[in-house]
Design a protein around this ligand. Structure first.
Ligand SMILES: [Fe+2]
Length: 245
């Protein structure tokens, strides 16, 4: 690759300029290898307007939750790339299944980025989320007896999560469905002790930042309202993908 114009020895003899050229070239090479990594992880836009999930979730909560909380996870994860260069070679998905290799800051912020990315996609404006597919409904009935029973067990897991965390419906490697819950920003893809692993079909954020402005301490009310936003079309897609892999 030709050197940029600024590094060319236009105003001095070659021997005089050699140290300067070497320094400039080294600087350019350094910048050239460092810059791409800083931009690896990107905050995805909301797939709908911040006000689109009202009345179940208000626009202010959505804006703060997405722009500031999720935005901070992305920024903090990118800040970890310098000290953990292996991050620059991993997709966000691939990172989850080998998170045990990395320090807790990567676990928290990498998990936060993945969890919230799936969270926005698993919601839709009320009335636009579709319904469970025949295949998914059969799996739910097989695993829980009924859709209502699955929702009841999910609500129990989401309500009982002490402090901050997530509730999940997952498809395990044996093909069965299960309800599980993770603390903080952990998720069922992570290779960590105590995690019930599986393909997440839907995950609900029960951190207070997800609901406190509107619901204060009434987490069960938030969970109940959240079901009206469920994007079953996305859950169906995830189930089909999990079955195929
Ligand atoms: Fe959140």
């Amino acid at each position: 690759m030709p050197l940029p114009l600024l590094t060319r020895p236009l105003l001095c003899r070659p021997l005089q300029c050699r140290p300067l050229l070497a320094c400039l070239t080294a600087l350019l090479l350094l910048l050239g290898t460092a810059l791409p990594a800083w931009a690896d992880f990107v905050l995805p836009p909301l797939p709908y307007g911040a006000e689109a999930l009202q009345p179940a979730i208000d626009a202010t909560t959505m804006t703060i939750h997405h722009d500031r909380h999720h935005g901070a996870y992305v920024a903090n994860l990118n800040a970890q790339v310098k000290d953990n260069p292996a991050l620059a070679r991993l997709s966000l998905d691939a990172l989850q299944s080998q998170i045990s290799r990395f320090p807790v800051a990567v676990r928290n912020n990498g998990g936060g980025h993945w969890n919230h990315s799936q969270f926005w996609a698993v919601m839709a404006p009320e009335g636009q989320g579709g319904a469970p597919s025949e295949e998914l409904l059969a799996a739910i009935n097989s695993g829980f007896g009924s859709l209502a029973e699955m929702q009841s067990q999910f609500n129990q897991a989401a309500t009982a999560r002490f402090g901050s965390g997530w509730a999940w419906l997952i498809r395990k490697s044996d093909g069965s469905l299960a309800i599980t819950s993770t603390a903080n920003q952990d998720n069922p893809l992570m290779d960590l002790p105590g995690i019930e692993r599986g393909a997440p079909l839907l995950g609900l954020d029960v951190w207070e930042h997800a609901y406190y402005l509107q619901y204060q301490n009434r987490r069960p009310d938030y969970i109940k309202a959240w079901w009206s936003l469920l994007n079953w079309n996305e859950v169906n897609r995830r189930y089909s993908e999990a079955v195929a892999t």
